[in-house]
Design a binder for this molecule. Structure first.
Ligand code: PFF
Length: 462
């Protein structure tokens, strides 16, 4: 971030500010739009039975995700510090415990674990740039695409290499603090990604599986919905919007005064959700048209999209471009994952940005090998949610993010006074503020608790 550009604020930021509202929207969109939309959304929808799951996910995005995104931005901007220090400072100002900072610390930890596997999957995307460019998708059938994917993931050295490359890319940007350039790239990147996905959509419509795909996504069959899958839907809402770990809070700390938090959050939520749905509309028709299973796990997009690219005109160019764009989208998200940790290390431990980025990145890189091995050497190590990767994913997305989100929403609704939140949100009209506060104090916390209780069987919602 570059130094503040003279925008007056009640509290001086410990670091720079975004140059404009648009820069902030782009940064938050860059963080939100990533593998969560294109890779994770389709695969967990596939694993969790389709339409009913999608409906619960949408409800979570609207009733919990949107108000929580506003809360994170407002806490960040009010505190003007990394999430750990912002929460502890604001809590003390309200006469509450500084231990609220622990919520921020849990977010830092969640970011470490998420990035450790996120980087491995992003590495697959980099590998597919080259596979597509070399024409490996051309005319391929499901079996050939399957063996391409199998060949990639079964070699720990290969995916370890791509994971390393992706971590180096991430650390370089964060160390130099040149996010600005990358955020500006979001302006081209996201529309370009949507553009290729629309081309894929045309392919999907003509694939012969479109009707089945749409029915799978939008026709709710509530018998498919378990307590466990409601929690997964909630976790996906958090993950895809980068909520519950302080990433958006860290970005909010750089937001100029006077920028509308409500409309920023709405813009990002709509864009993010639309891109996830679009991904679903592309993937499932391909699944049905090729007689594949919907529940393919984390390989789903890597097993379906090459079929589309390999069998459409211009597929080589579009396929290569698509995986380049997906890698970029993952890159801008990875930066958000590491930002709370780096901001905290710089402001608290007084490291330079480069030292903080390299040391945090080094730990995350090492941790990533647990995920790398879980697809080959340690594939048979299964416990809890499945492989080591499945457990890291479950722990962060279904437990840490919802728990972090619960505490942040309680913090914004109950610890912060109405004077502070009303002033900071500056929503047009008292009605909107009341709605935000009601969702934040009651709906979001009770919903998260209910989903947890339901998942462990203490409450029967589903
Ligand atoms: N929202 C990102 C995605 O959908 O890919 C993932 C993510 C980024 C989660 C940043 C959390 C975060 F802080």
């Amino acid at each position: 971030m570059s130094p503040a550009s003279g925008i007056g604020s009640p509290r001086q930021s410990l670091h720079g500010q975004w140059s404009s509202r648009l820069a902030f929207i782009l940064a938050v969109t860059g963080s939100a739009v990533g593998l969560g939309n294109v890779w994770r959304f389709p695969y967990i929808v596939g694993d969790n039975g389709g339409g009913a799951f999608v409906l619960v996910y949408l409800a979570c995005v609207l009733a919990i995700g949107l108000p929580l995104m506003m809360s994170e931005i407002l806490v960040g901007r009010r505190g003007r510090r990394n999430p750990v220090m912002a929460m502890s400072l604001l809590a003390q100002e309200e006469g509450s415990s500084r231990h609220w900072g622990l919520v921020g610390l849990m977010g830092v930890l969640a970011g470490f674990i998420i990035l450790s596997f996120y980087s491995v999957i992003a590495g697959w995307s980099v590998a597919y740039v080259f596979a597509s460019g070399a024409g490996r998708f051309s005319g391929a059938d499901a079996a050939q695409v399957g063996s391409l994917f199998e060949g990639l993931t079964s070699s720990w050295a290969t995916i370890g290499f791509w994971h390393t490359l992706f971590m180096v890319m991430t650390v370089m940007v964060v160390a130099r603090g040149v996010e600005k350039g990358l955020e500006r790239a979001v302006r081209i990147l996201v529309p370009a990604l949507v553009g290729i996905m629309l081309i894929l959509l045309i392919y999907a419509i003509t694939s012969g599986g479109f009707g089945d795909g749409v029915r799978f996504l939008f026709q709710p069959d509530f018998s498919q919905l378990s307590g466990a899958s409601v929690l997964v839907a909630l976790g996906q809402a958090f993950f895809t919007l980068s909520l519950g770990m302080g990433a958006i809070m860290a970005y909010g700390a750089y937001l100029p005064e006077g920028t509308s938090i409500g409309s920023t959050a709405i813009t990002v939520v709509i864009a993010d959700t639309a891109i996830a749905i679009l991904a679903g509309l592309v993937i499932f028709p391909i699944v049905f048209a090729n007689g594949l299973e919907t529940a393919q796990g984390p390989g789903l997009i890597f097993l379906t999209l090459p079929l589309a690219f390999g069998n459409m005109t211009g597929g080589l160019v579009f396929g290569t471009l698509f995986f380049i764009l997906l890698t970029f989208a993952a890159w801008t998200s990875a930066i958000g994952l590491i930002e709370p940790a780096v901001a905290w290390m710089v402001e608290r431990l007084k490291l330079t940005r480069a030292q903080a980025a390299v040391s945090a990145g080094g730990v995350i890189w090492l941790l990533g090998f647990a995920t790398v091995f879980s697809f080959n050497l340690l594939a048979d190590v299964q416990f809890g949610a499945g492989t080591i990767f499945d457990n890291a994913d479950y722990l962060t997305n279904n437990l840490m993010l919802p728990l972090g989100g619960l505490f942040i929403t309680l913090f914004a609704g109950w610890v912060l006074s109405a004077r502070v939140t009303r002033d900071e949100l500056a929503l047009a009209g008292e009605g909107r503020y009341r709605l935000w506060r009601f969702l934040t104090r009651w709906v979001a916390p009770l919903a998260v608790v209910a989903v947890f209780l339901n998942a462990i069987g203490l409450l029967r919602l589903t």
